[in-house]
Design a protein around this ligand. Structure first.
Ligand SMILES: [Zn+2]
Length: 474
């Protein structure tokens, strides 16, 4: 029987419209009445607005649910992608922590928990956010974006579980927003749910999302105040147009109708971000890999990508680790290790083109493997390049070359030829980052006209070293 995991999540961001506080509370109560825990991704300023307006009743209603994070100020400029677009990976990590840390502290102060997940405002996805989330102890990325996807399923990226653009047979996404309450809409949404449900085979995730403010407003709070790069001063914030009262009430009815429809289905399991993390927790990164498994990985390294072993997926960065660590051992002991403990390094932070191909001494590769292992152990990431006799080799070409040497050393412990051909690798995971998708995201109304952030796309590609599908473990 298939398992249809269904997650309800809410982006709670409108700190301008007091009426949206009620929407938040009502939706939280509807789910609770149906014994379902949702995920409420809070903007720091929204939470502080609830405090200022003394809406303890809303905060209380949220306590039954799981709390996620949706940045400190959402659409106030500079937004996440705006302040990260021209800076380095390392610098970006600290910049995100510096600017966004406050909202997480406020969540901890008022709820006594760390947020379980994060999602970006609008089109402001950026890769530097991921290691920052790890530092903050936030293990899941829950949102939508056209920039990154892995065959419609949940996936790992920089050690974070991503629940993004799901597609059949691995799941799907349903948005319930402004249209709630308008005639015919909810029937269509339920039909879409059924369509996704029917296509799920062994398991899948249906991601159902809403912005509570859209129950009460007819337009987005940020579109009227922060469009096209403008920052309306806090004292002059404009209120978005409100929906007529009857439409608001119809909206809640529709939402509850949808919830009950889903609840009545036999294979549905309601989950939160934390529960998904537990269900999909990566076991591959903790275990030991033996010679045979590593040789299998090495024999498939001309085209570099994540690979599947019988009971595990390994990211390209883990494969880099396993082969490099094996060769580093060989350099010391003159034989390949029987087993290697896995490790999950981040990808490199800068990209380079290899400066040389041709042949080098095996000893050079072994020496560099040894140095690369030490680098990964101390820095937690793959080096930006490997230097052999003053020439830089990209990590992907180095891995392809290491892999050839590994395969040879496994056949004959002391090979007759002491030279290795440097190989040009075909690095596949880049294709999981979509430039067209990025362009699409940058059309977000809040960005300045003509906004582009190509450096984010370049940095995002480098971290595809860490990408791999998530396996259902629980
Ligand atoms: Zn948002």
């Amino acid at each position: 029987m298939p398992r249809v995991f269904t997650i309800f999540w809410f982006d709670c961001e409108d700190f301008v419209t007091p009426e949206s506080d009620d929407a938040l509370k009502r939706l939280a109560e509807i789910l609770k009445a149906n014994k379902i825990r949702g995920v409420f991704k809070l903007v720091g300023e929204k939470l502080r607005a609830l405090e200022r307006r003394e809406r303890w009743d809303v905060i209380e209603a949220l306590k039954f649910h799981e709390i996620g994070y949706h940045t400190n100020y959402h659409s106030v400029h500079p937004t996440v992608a705006e302040y990260l677009k021209n800076i380095d990976f390392e610098e970006g990590i600290s910049e995100f922590l510096r600017r966004e840390g406050k909202g997480v502290e406020d969540i901890e102060r008022l709820f006594g928990v760390k947020p379980s997940c994060y999602g970006q405002p609008g089109g402001a996805w950026a890769p530097q956010v991921y290691p920052a989330l790890r530092k903050m102890g936030i293990p899941v990325y829950l949102d939508l974006t056209n920039i990154i996807a892995l065959e419609g399923g949940p996936f790992w990226y920089c050690g974070i579980l991503n629940i993004l653009n799901l597609a059949p047979p691995k799941g799907g996404v349903i948005g319930l927003n402004f249209e709630l309450g308008s005639p015919g809409f909810i029937e269509k949404a339920m039909k879409r749910y059924d369509g996704i449900y029917d296509l799920i085979r062994d398991w899948g995730i249906v991601s159902v999302y809403n912005h509570p403010c859209t129950l009460v407003t007819a337009e987005f709070w940020d579109a009227v105040n922060f469009s096209r790069g403008q920052n309306t001063p806090i004292s002059m914030l404009k209120m978005p147009r409100l929906k007529p009262k009857h439409l608001v009430e119809e909206g809640y009815k529709d939402f509850e109708k949808f919830v009950r429809h889903v609840k009545a289905k036999p294979w549905v399991e309601f989950v939160t971000a934390q529960e998904l993390y537990r269900l999909f927790k990566d076991k591959a990164s903790e275990r030991l890999y033996d010679k045979e498994e590593i040789a299998f990985l090495a024999s498939n390294c001309r085209r570099i990508s994540f690979q599947r072993l019988e009971d595990a997926y390994l990211s390209a960065s883990e494969i880099f680790w396993l082969i490099t660590a094996s060769l580093a051992e060989y350099r010391i002991h003159g034989e390949l290790p029987e087993r290697v403990k896995n490790f999950y390094p981040l990808g490199p932070f800068r990209s380079i083109e290899s400066e040389a191909f041709g042949t080098v001494k095996s000893k050079d590769i072994l020496d560099e493997a040894y140095k690369a292992r030490i680098f990964m152990e101390s820095q937690g990431r793959i080096p930006d390049w490997i230097e052999i006799r003053n020439l830089r080799i990209s990590p992907e070409d180095f891995l392809a070359s290491e892999a050839e040497l590994y395969v040879r050393l496994r056949k004959e412990e002391h090979p007759s030829s002491k030279r290795v051909q440097l190989v040009k690798a075909d690095f596949q995971p880049f294709r999981y980052i979509s430039p067209e998708g990025a362009r699409d995201s940058w059309k977000w109304i809040v960005f300045p006209e003509g906004f582009e952030a190509w450096r984010l796309v370049e940095l995002a590609k480098l971290q595809t070293w860490t990408m791999k599908p998530s396996r259902l473990e629980g």
